[in-house]
Design a binder for this molecule. Sequence first.
Ligand SMILES: NC(=O)c1ccc[n+]([C@@H]2O[C@H](COP(=O)([O-])OP(=O)(O)OC[C@H]3O[C@@H](n4cnc5c(N)ncnc54)[C@H](O)[C@@H]3O)[C@@H](O)[C@H]2O)c1
Length: 416
Amino acid sequence: MLKIAIIGLGNRGGKYARQIKNSGEAEITAICEKNPALLEGARVTCGVAKENAFLSDDDFFRRGKLADALVVATQDRDHYRHAISALKLGYHLLLEKPVSPVLSECEEIAALAREKNLSAVVCHVLRYSPFYDEIKKTINRGDIGGVVSLTDTENVGYWHFSHSYVRGNWHSEQESGPSILAKCCHDLDIIGYLSGQKCAEVFSSGSRRLFLRENAPERAADYCLDPCPERKSCPYDVKKIYYGITRHTIPKMGAHIKVITGMPNPKISDLKEALKTSPYGRCVYKCGNDVMENQTVAMKLENGVNANLTMTAFSKGCFRRLHISGTKGEIIGIDAEHKFKINIFGGASRTARVRGGGIFGHLGGDRMLVLDFIKFLKTGEKTERLSTIDATLESHRIAFAAEESRKTGKAVLLLH
Ligand SMILES: NC(=O)c1ccc[n+]([C@@H]2O[C@H](COP(=O)([O-])OP(=O)(O)OC[C@H]3O[C@@H](n4cnc5c(N)ncnc54)[C@H](O)[C@@H]3O)[C@@H](O)[C@H]2O)c1
């Protein structure tokens, strides 16, 4: 049985733990999580021995190698030191994205993995979801001819954006990284993966329009539950976002409620109590956030193909809309609908329907990533979609270049 350890048992780490357990192909032999309640919850669920459950990352790494591979699911700016420590001990890695918000750190991790002959797979989960998998097969078969342009609109969802990029972990460039990296390295990776092309030149612009202190209504309280007279009309009221949800508001954010309370099995009363003082209970206009709410990235790929990515906070749903034009036809689809249309010029149109899970499991991508990773480590079988660090750093390079372009107002050349 393959042995896997996990560091960071929050939202993502908890999901990977479940997928690893459900696979029946690997066992979780060690875990490290700095929140005692989450550590103990995960320890019991995963059946990990007490001596292999660590509150401190120093203690965990000091114990040496306790598994074949380590899942690194801590926060963005912790990945570097956790990945480097793990590689030095000889762990293969399943590494959450972004690899790091610092390009040189990403490159250092990749170089050390190469030097040690260890595998580092990045959690670019979209590649593994049936929707994108089927689109890749359609392109590979030549159904739409040669790809000439790709347009991807990443609709983050107003409720998701407020949770993660205004109130939450990814609200500050300094603390995590820019939203084009944190949210859209997935999109930049998918564009490169589907086109099979590197990016030669990037131009990007971005904006922040809504979540600004000057937009706070005059009588708005600092916390929704303070109480605030604006709650009834505000779509970002915590009741509408996290509980008391109706079909007109948002999907149930179960895992996010664990993040807010820091508890493995929170009750609604725990959530309400936490929201009185938690960063997630704050007025969305008073969060000190600075990451872009909207950003467009225009890319010229190495073979002259054009690609465009637009990320926006302002959509009701959380979905990506793709339009890929080829010389013989086009693909148009919305990933959350689990289907896309293939229109052949001068020929028939058809709709491809795919299986797939909900948005919180990345449409089935989380599960397939874990299965592919385990299979790869056990058999050495490398699928085309396997998101090795060398294959996926391109997405990060484009994100860093997009940020440079946004800040300087100039196009950035990636290939000369
Ligand atoms: N692949 C994807 O689509 C996807 C989606 C969401 C988040 N992410 C990424 O996954 C990572 C984790 O995100 P999350 O949503 O699970 O966050 P989270 O805050 O829920 O989980 C992180 C966990 O790591 C723990 N932790 C932090 N520092 C630690 C340390 N030094 N030692 C031990 N434990 C420590 C925290 O207590 C927390 O429980 C982030 O890098 C994030 O950007 C990826």
